[in-house]
Ligand binder design. Structure first.
Ligand code: ATP
Length: 288
């Protein structure tokens, strides 16, 4: 086997709660994670060099291709952990919006675990990959697992859930940059007025009730980002006015997604979002 290609899917949060800030500074979360059909593409090759080196090729110059890239860090971690002598060359075709709240970097790192596991015949179990992956980032274990999941702790305690009923998504990333660090630093977890009904959403997923899911969509990080960036609220309002069952910010933002019953309904609200001039990155997709 000379070459392996893997798709790295983005995620959205159907619900995101922060329980408390731990004394060590990490936030304890309770989130419903869902994979969606926007993906990066990674190709893995053995380089033929017997020096355990990692080489990353990228099609986006705004991303680092050295140690700051999560792909590079995941590949280096695997090379070191397994004492690999063969070098690896990785090509990353970036399609997921960057710094968007869609776990773009984490899902690329997860694809490295799957891709190198196969290319080098490392025989790592899913659990072994997740245990190692949390060292790269809190969302990496979820991205290794994928699908629909309840994520607790700092993101490393995962419970797989049934997929939601089929629905369509309009996803739009406003043309602004939001730092995840800024959002968490400015969140007052002990002063939140309202918390999402995550347990109710889990039950709605188990019942297969789309209505039960969309009526519980809530993200406590909006208390920070919407105040700072009103464009997020405006996009949510446009999607709701144009027929979305509900709309929410994903992760720490700024990406907003609307949930629709049909693809036609999602497509029909795209022009209003385009016309707002607030975003150039707009996708219609589904749950994966
Ligand atoms: P999350 O939802 O986990 O908070 P995000 O979608 O907000 O993630 P990313 O797209 O993962 O954010 O990128 C955040 C930062 O991480 C970027 O500004 C970038 O410099 C850095 N980064 C490192 N590796 C990658 C990668 N492979 N893809 C995207 N960003 C990366």
């Amino acid at each position: 086997m000379d070459q392996i290609t893997r798709k790295a899917y983005a995620k959205i949060n159907l619900g995101l709660d922060v329980i408390r800030r731990r004394p060590d500074g990490y936030h304890e979360v309770k989130m419903i994670m869902q994979t969606v059909g926007i993906c990066d593409i990674l190709t893995f090759r053995k380089s033929g060099r017997q020096d355990g080196s990692v080489t990353l090729f990228l099609d986006k110059k705004e991303l680092p291709c050295g140690k700051e890239n999560l792909v590079y860090r995941a590949a280096e971690l695997l090379t070191r952990t397994h004492g690999l002598r063969d070098g690896v060359e990785i090509t990353l075709e970036k399609r997921i919006p960057i710094a968007a709240g869609m776990a773009g970097g984490s899902t690329d790192a997860a694809a490295v675990f799957h891709g190198m596991n196969e290319l080098f015949g490392l025989s790592m179990s899913l659990q072994e990959m997740k245990d190692l992956g949390v060292g790269i980032g809190a969302d990496v274990p979820y991205c290794i697992q994928g699908g629909t999941a309840l994520s607790e702790g700092i993101g490393e305690i995962l419970t797989a859930l049934p997929s939601p009923p089929a629905a369509y998504l309009l996803i739009a990333k406003p043309d602004i940059s939001v730092s995840t660090k800024f959002v968490y630093e400015n969140l007052h977890a002990d002063r939140l007025q309202s918390h999402p009904d995550i347990d109710g959403m889990v039950q709605a997923l188990e019942r297969g009730s789309l209505e039960g899911i969309v009526s519980r969509m809530e993200n406590v990080l909006e208390t920070v980002t919407v105040r700072e960036y009103p464009v997020i609220q405006t996009l949510k309002d446009i999607m709701r006015r144009e027929g979305a069952l509900n709309a929410l910010m994903s992760g720490s933002g700024p990406t907003v997604f609307g949930v629709y019953k049909t693809r036609e309904a999602a497509e029909a609200s795209r022009p209003a979002v385009e016309k707002s001039g607030m975003t150039k990155e707009i996708f219609v997709t589904e749950f994966v």
